[in-house]
Design a protein around this ligand. Structure first.
Ligand code: PLP
Length: 452
């Protein structure tokens, strides 16, 4: 029998995270204070983040110890299995070897608890009592609710309204783990009220929900803010994914030519790819890392590389990144986790420097890929993850054309058990390709020139 699962024992779990800031050919530009437009120092961030995370944010240490308390919670589902996708390979008739890392085995069903647990731990250590955050599809909110639950913190989640209605069971899950959940925009914050005044039917966006959560955290002494992607410390925590993959590849004496992940804020892609980019930079390994995004939110493929706010109201520091403009209002596509206007500054810099690549796909092809995967490998992927799968299938078919036995690794960032409404719509023929109009992107980006 062929071995499908490549498993590490708990004892073999990595004890350190990998920080790619130690190895960047060109360092990232510093975040800027939104008022002064000068580089933001620790004081600018300490109102909403604990010092330990601020230190990780700017650290250039290559390896950072994972605290024992965090490892203990990780061991509930880590090390996660790496699978060889024999059935998918056969269906595609490709000579390529396809592997996937299954992050859907976490309690929340995605990679996000890797950073949620760490962030809850560091905030608890700093004496914080409550965390406020935003969530798109509900994956991040439920992950942070889980982390807060384990470390005895209160948790308030501003959930993008379109997802609040599309994915009611994500809200239930957050409440099971003890969080308070509100549909954003709310009337609880000034930024929410401002949006509602202009558009009472606003479907919300991650940018708006971030404004609300940051405002909540900045206004209360006992409360910090927590972000599920984009920031450097999040990329750091997610590196455990790729580090485990490297150990697992040693067991089968293989090594990827392609590393593929979907890109929202960049964290699951960074998590699986950065340890391999380390090998590319320091060990001359010839890997290609490809981030996959929706055509409806084409940040890396059509955005501008420039300073922009992380949120709509302009409360967050300005980050140097690929962006579609902070007032970008994406269509109500099903991959809620990929509807963010910006991109991790680290992923952005690597893309700018040609160390990673990006591709964008329309929704119809993405859902078709998801069904191909579900009908071969059996796992129903999250719609976000399905973007990565579409990219993998394309690369595998390119390998078939070229008759090349390449090795492809991708991150199965989450399962789709809470996304069945989206699959219902697809099966009913209601999912259509939506491309964000170039004119609107140009308008949004043009308005950024005035920021600095
Ligand atoms: C949140 C999420 C994403 C997108 O976020 P990244 O920070 O880009 O990883 C992708 N897949 C799943 C399953 C998610 O929950």
């Amino acid at each position: 029998m062929k071995e499908r699962k490549i498993i590490l024992s708990e004892k073999e779990m990595p004890r350190k995270w990998y920080n790619i800031q130690a190895d960047l050919p060109n360092p990232i530009q510093p975040p800027l204070n939104p008022q002064t437009k000068k580089p933001a120092g620790p004081d600018d961030l300490s109102a909403i983040f604990p010092m330990s995370l601020i230190e990780q944010e700017v650290s250039s240490e290559r390896w950072i110890d994972i605290p024992e308390e965090v490892l203990e919670i990780y061991s509930l589902w880590r090390p996660s299995p790496l699978y060889r996708a024999y059935s998918l390979e056969k269906a595609l008739g490709t000579p390529a070897r396809i592997y996937y890392k299954n992050e859907g085995v976490s309690p929340a069903g995605s990679h996000k608890p890797n950073t949620a647990v760490a962030q809850a731990y560091y905030n608890k250590e700093a004496g914080v009592k409550r965390l406020a955050t935003e969530t798109g599809a509900g994956q991040w909110g439920s992950s942070l609710a889980l982390g807060c639950n384990y470390f005895g913190l209160e948790c308030t989640v501003y959930m993008v309204k379109v997802s609040y209605h599309q994915k009611p069971y994500r809200k239930s899950l957050m409440e099971v783990w003890g969080a308070d959940v509100y549909a954003s925009p709310t009337d609880k914050t000034k930024s929410g009220r401002d949006v509602l005044a202009k558009d009472p039917d606003s479907l919300g966006s991650l940018g708006i929900a971030i404004s609300e959560a940051v405002e909540d955290a900045a206004g209360r002494e006992d409360t910090n803010y927590s972000l599920g992607s984009v920031l450097n410390h999040v990329m750091l925590h997610q590196s455990i994914i790729g580090l485990e993959c490297q150990e697992q590849f040693k067991l089968v004496d293989d090594y990827p030519d392609f590393v593929i992940g979907c890109c929202g804020g960049g964290s699951n892609f960074a998590g699986i790819s950065f340890p391999f980019i380390h090998d590319k930079i320091r060990k001359d390994k010839n890997i290609r890392a490809i981030g996959i995004e929706p055509k409806a939110c084409p940040t890396l493929t059509k955005g501008a590389f420039t300073y922009d706010f992380g949120d709509v109201a302009g409360y967050t520091p300005l980050l140097m990144m690929y962006t579609l403009g902070h007032d970008f209002m994406p269509n109500g596509i099903h991959a809620g986790g990929l509807r963010y206007h910006g991109e991790s500054p680290l992923v952005s810099q690597l893309c700018k420097d040609g160390l990673i690549e990006a591709r964008a796909y329309g929704q119809e092809g993405v859902f078709e890929a998801a069904l191909t995967f579900a009908r071969t490998e059996g796992i129903l992927p999250a719609p976000e993850t399905a973007h990565a799968i579409k990219g993998v299938i394309d690369v595998a078919l390119e390998c078939r054309e070229a008759v090349e036995e390449k090795t492809i690794l991708f991150n199965l960032s989450g399962h789709g058990h809470f996304d069945l409404t989206a699959y219902d719509d697809y099966l009913a023929g209601k999912v259509k390709d939506v491309e964000y109009p170039q004119g609107l992107i140009d308008q949004s980006i043009a308005s950024l020139q005035k920021l600095l």
